[in-house]
Design a protein around this ligand. Structure first.
Ligand code: DX5
Ligand code: ZN
Length: 217
């Protein structure tokens, strides 16, 4: 099966956001990955609602919103109103994860759970049936352009097994350091969605780079 490709807008040229989004519209990208960082859950601040709404005005594809923030439950409805189609919260940031997933679904958005590199997929056993997606962080969240963590292959395989065992419909998304070198093996282990930031936006031809990722199966 062909992967879902979700370029991360974090790596785009913010001074030319409209043309970057139009490039993604023309490309084979399936979703736009939107990284929200609060300076508390992660040691970096990205952007918030006004920028997201500006992206939404031009985007012709679903917005996959990755919340790297503490207490995400305080802002779910606002992210939905700003145009999120999928809202992913971090396992490590949610005291009442099951409740937060239901809160996301009540807005009509799809609900995702992100795991930091140190968080075992086994911790999802009792909540995987309620998730539409699990995002495995293949770098420590907070910055684009970091090196892919090799242990992600093993985690992807373990997560795929858990999903099958629990009869869950959750997609597996891989986020961080994804490139042409690791994409194939990730798909073989069971990944469904590939996020790519710097690999796409630092390429000489981002449209071709997206097409190359999309053609891997
Ligand atoms: C990291 C973000 C990622 C990042 C991916 O905190 O969640 O989505 O933008 O960028 P690359 O592909 O450059 O690692
Ligand atoms: Zn992300």
């Amino acid at each position: 099966m062909k992967p879902i490709i979700a370029p991360s807008v974090l790596a785009s040229d913010f001074a030319n956001l409209q043309s970057e989004v139009e490039m993604l519209n023309k490309s084979q990208a399936d979703w736009l990955h939107i990284d929200i960082m609060d300076g508390r859950f992660v040691p970096n601040i990205s952007f918030g609602f006004p920028v997201m709404e500006a992206i939404k005005r031009h985007a012709q594809k679903p917005m996959d919103v990755h919340l790297m923030i503490v207490e995400p439950e305080l802002y779910i409805e606002q992210f939905r109103a700003a145009g999120a189609d999928t809202i992913t919260v971090h396992f490590e940031a949610c005291t009442h994860l099951h409740r937060t997933l239901q809160q996301i679904k009540a807005t009509g958005a799809k609900a995702g759970i992100a795991l930091n590199p140190h968080t075992s997929v086994n911790l999802l056993e009792d909540v995987i049936a309620d998730a539409d997606m699990v995002c495995l962080m293949s770098v420590n969240p907070g910055f684009g352009g970091q090196k892919f963590i090799q242990n992600t292959y093993r985690k992807t395989e373990a997560l795929k097994n858990l999903i099958i065992q629990q009869n869950s419909q959750a997609l597996i998304e891989i986020d961080g350091g994804v490139n042409q070198q690791n994409a194939q093996a990730l798909l073989e282990k069971g990944a469904d969605v590939l996020v790519a930031g710097s690999f796409v936006f630092s390429a000489a031809d981002p449209i071709q780079t997206i097409a190359d990722l999309k053609s891997i199966s």
